[in-house]
Design a protein. Structure first.
Length: 109
């Protein structure tokens, strides 16, 4: 983590599950960097599924079609995808609406 973010953390929080591979050192290192370590609930797989669904959507709708050249290019692509995801992409769970409630045009007639 320290090598990934050597100067300042780009995020405020990092979500971790209760996997034993993290031990106590990883959360301590994350907190020392000023990043909040948030653990998901024990035996609650739906919390991991939300992140996995978003990553799957991002991969299928963006990264299967575009190969990022470098980290800066990837960040630009992800920023544009997040804007699209929240403002233009319809979601079945939101009754075909967008998270930011896009404007609907009035029907002619």
């Amino acid at each position: 983590m320290r090598e990934a973010f050597p100067y300042q953390p780009p995020v405020k929080f990092l979500i971790l599950d209760h996997d034993s591979k993290y031990g106590s050192e990883v959360p301590a290192a994350i907190r020392s960097m000023g990043i909040g370590a948030i653990r998901t609930a024990v035996a609650c797989p739906w919390q991991n599924g939300v992140a996995e669904r978003w990553v799957g959507s991002c991969r299928r709708e963006l990264l299967d079609y575009v190969i990022p050249i470098n980290e800066m290019h990837l960040k630009r692509l992800l920023s544009a995808y997040i804007t699209y995801y929240h403002q233009d992409r319809t979601h079945c769970g939101l009754e075909k609406q967008t998270p930011e409630k896009r404007m609907c045009c009035a029907g002619e007639g």
